[in-house]
Every structure is written in structure tokens, then in C-alpha cells.
Design a protein around this ligand. Structure first.
Ligand code: UD1
Length: 365
């Protein structure tokens, strides 16, 4: 039996690990251990997801909480090193690009515990993003690299990563989406907020480059002020963004938008329903670019670059930065029902976790 430590820390990790961990639990080949670093800790940012995704409670919880990058990364490393020494996992699996991902990888690699990285090879080529540093470093010390899209294969080849370490398996986050889409329709979130299908804009924003900078956040709110005169905006707000709006004295601007509905961060199922029935999504998230591509919902991404280029070449994603004209043009294209053509990226079929689990089963066989 392989003892595999599956590591999660922050909100976007949960839907990626869930399908892998659940499959391993059902198989005789594995003794999976679920470890939560506690990078995200609010009920709405964490526990809710475990319940909705049908994940067991973590076997071990570190409770590192918030802090500067160094504080958070160091706290995860110190906590996990102790656990890894005690538990002696054969492998650890990390997902995505958050601080917990690199911290866990580094702690394991120094103990000679092999690391598998799910969502490897994505590159924005923008080192000012903390996630880009996390991605590059995690990949460089990983022993298995599971890739979601062609650009990931190209980037890893360019970086000289040995071919035998790389597995093109598809997208585990789409596994979770496929599994829960029907169930998400049972959520009453649209009725609760009096939203009609295809008749609202769904917004998420939390990137430090957008929300920790006054000029950018102010400009974004100006853009929303205009958009909400045409279509209601629904905005479940990340704690970081909520805090920055108040710090920058921008609450007034929010209050002056009658068609902007602010909500607390939402669970996975209500959010999935909102996304699947939106007219348009405006975001700076990484994962949402992929989920909207799968769902065929037009997505305007308020960033200058994306590490997920397939969402543009095959999907419904368009990069608009925080350029007012580009955002309004994209919005107007959607309102005029101009086509946002899309094709499903290869292997985004709900079976990525199965492919990953198979790779590990082959190690035992
Ligand atoms: C982190 C990830 C980012 C991911 C995002 C999803 C890194 C570097 N960033 O960013 O890649 O897209 O998660 O949400 O790992 N807070 C709470 N409650 C919580 C968690 C956070 O109130 O449960 C607040 C705290 O004030 C904290 C701030 O949010 O300081 C930021 O949290 P942090 O984990 O540092 O980064 P995120 O912005 O969430």
C-alpha cells in the first residue's frame, strides 16, 4: 500500500484534491492521508467546501492562518516537516500554486519524500505574481508533474524537465465540476438574491495586483458602476478585497451602485450554479477561467496575462486587464450575443483524477 499525503491549504485546492483523495480512499492500493495547512480557515473559505465536496475531515490540521508570504510559507514548512517525519508518507501530492503548495513541496523534498504536483507547467511568465514563483519552484522539485493543458507540456519541455516525470492527465478541477454540476442546480442562490438565469454578471476579484492597489481597485469600481446600469452585478467578495475596499475608503462607491449585490464568499455548489447560469463572468481568478471555458460561459479576465492560455485559444476567456475600454467592449459583445466560441480542451472530461491514481497504481503493480 502506498501512503500518500494529500495536501490542501487554500480555497482553490479543495476541489482539486477532492476527486483524487476520494478515489484513493476507495482503492486497496492506497492509505491516503488528508492534511490541511489552514492557510484558509474561515468556515466560508474552507469547511463548507469539505462538506459540499463530500470530503472527509482532514486527518491533520495545522492552523497556520494568514500572514506575510514568508510567515505563512515558513509556518506551513515547520508544521509539515514534523508531520512528515512522524507519518513517513511514501509520496506527497500538492495541487495548484498557493503558498501551501510550495511550502509542502519544499518540506517534503528536503526529507527525500517524493513530490507529485497536480496542475504543473502553467506559466504566466510574470514573476510579480506570488503564484508564478510558487509554480516554478514547486515544479523544479517535483518528481511527478501532472499537466492540464498543452502549454504546460511545452513549458516543462523548455525548462528541461525529464519526459518520464511528466503526465498529461487533464484537469482535476473539471472532475469536480462534472461531478457536482447537476447537484448545484439544487442550490437556491439565484432565488435568494432575486437573480434570473442569463441575466446577471458574476464577479470575483482578489488578486493583490488588482485589489491591493488604490488606482486599480478604484478603476475597477468605476467600470462596475457603468456595467451595473445595464445588468445586475453579483459579487461574492473575498475577505482580502472586502478589507481593501474599506482601507481605501471606497465603501461609498460601492454604496452608490444600486444594482451591485455584494455577498459573503459562497460555497462550491451555489457558486457553481451562479457561474453556470451567468450571462457573463468577470474575474481575476485562475480556476474560474477554466470553469467558464468548460461551461461555455463568456469570461472577461481582469489580468494582463494568463497561465492558462488554452482558455483563450479554445475557451471563452478574454484578457481585458483593467482597461476600461476593453472590459466595456467585451461586455457589450456579450450583451449583443456575439459568439464566444468554445471547444472543450483535451482530457477535460471528468476523468483526470482516475488517470493520476492509475499512475500511482502502476508504481505498486
Ligand atoms: C490565496 C492564494 C491565491 C489564491 C487565493 C484564493 C497564495 C500566495 N495566494 O490568496 O493564489 O487564488 O488564495 O482565495 O497562496 N482571509 C480571511 N479568511 C480566510 C483566509 C484569508 O479573512 O479564511 C483574509 C486574511 O485577511 C488574509 C487575506 O484574506 O490576510 C489573504 O489571504 P491569503 O491566504 O494570504 O491569500 P489569498 O489572497 O486568499
Amino acid at each position: 500500500m502506498l501512503k500518500i499525503a494529500n495536501i490542501v491549504g487554500a480555497r482553490p485546492n479543495f476541489m482539486k484534491i477532492a476527486p483524487i483523495h476520494k478515489r484513493m480512499q476507495k482503492s486497496d492500493f492506497f492509505a491516503p492521508l488528508l492534511i490541511h495547512t489552514g492557510q484558509h480557515y474561515d468556515e466560508k473559505m474552507s469547511t463548507t467546501f469539505f462538506v459540499e465536496l463530500g470530503m472527509p475531515k482532514p486527518d491533520l490540521y495545522l492552523g497556520v492562518g494568514s500572514g506575510s508570504h514568508a510567515e505563512q510559507t515558513a509556518a506551513v514548512m515547520i508544521g509539515l516537516e514534523k508531520i512528515f517525519i512522524e507519518q513517513k508518507p511514501d509520496w506527497i501530492i500538492v495541487v495548484g500554486d498557493v503558498n501551501s503548495t510550495i511550502a509542502a513541496s519544499l518540506a517534503a523534498a528536503k526529507l527525500h519524500i517524493p513530490v507529485a504536483h497536480v496542475e504543473a507547467g502553467l506559466r504566466s511568465f510574470d514573476r510579480s505574481m506570488p503564484e508564478e514563483i510558487n509554480r516554478v519552484l514547486t515544479d523544479s522539485i517535483s518528481d511527478k508533474l501532472f499537466v492540464t493543458e498543452q502549454s504546460g507540456l511545452d513549458n516543462l519541455a523548455n525548462e528541461g524537465v525529464a519526459k518520464e516525470k511528466i503526465h498529461f492527465v487533464g484537469n482535476v478541477m473539471i472532475d469536480s465540476l462534472v461531478e457536482h454540476l447537476v447537484k448545484s442546480r439544487e442550490s437556491a442562490v439565484l432565488e435568494q438574491y432575486r437573480l434570473a438565469p442569463q441575466n446577471y454578471v458574476l464577479v470575483t476579484l482578489h488578486r493583490p495586483s488588482n485589489v491591493d492597489n488604490y488606482d486599480n481597485l478604484n478603476m475597477i469600481l468605476d467600470i462596475f458602476t457603468q456595467i451595473q446600469t445595464e445588468l445586475p452585478i453579483f459579487f461574492p467578495i473575498h475577505p482580502r478585497t472586502r478589507k481593501m475596499i474599506t482601507n481605501f475608503n471606497l465603501d461609498d462607491k460601492i454604496n452608490k451602485m444600486p444594482n451591485l449585490i455584494l455577498a459573503e464568499p459562497l460555497g462550491y455548489l451555489p457558486f457553481l450554479r451562479l457561474m453556470s447560469q451567468a450571462k457573463i463572468v468577470i474575474t481575476d481568478s485562475g480556476g474560474i477561467q477554466e470553469e467558464t471555458t468548460y461551461l461555455g460561459i463568456p469570461c472577461l479576465t481582469m489580468r494582463e496575462n494568463t497561465e492558462r492560455p488554452i482558455t483563450i485559444t479554445l475557451g471563452t476567456n478574454r484578457l481585458v486587464g483593467i482597461n476600461k475600454q476593453a472590459v466595456l467592449q467585451g461586455f457589450s459583445d456579450v450583451m449583443q450575443n456575439k459568439k464566444f466560441d468554445h471547444q472543450l480542451p483535451p482530457l477535460w472530461d471528468g476523468n483526470a483524477a482516475q488517470r493520476i491514481v492509475q499512475v500511482f497504481e502502476n508504481l505498486v503493480n
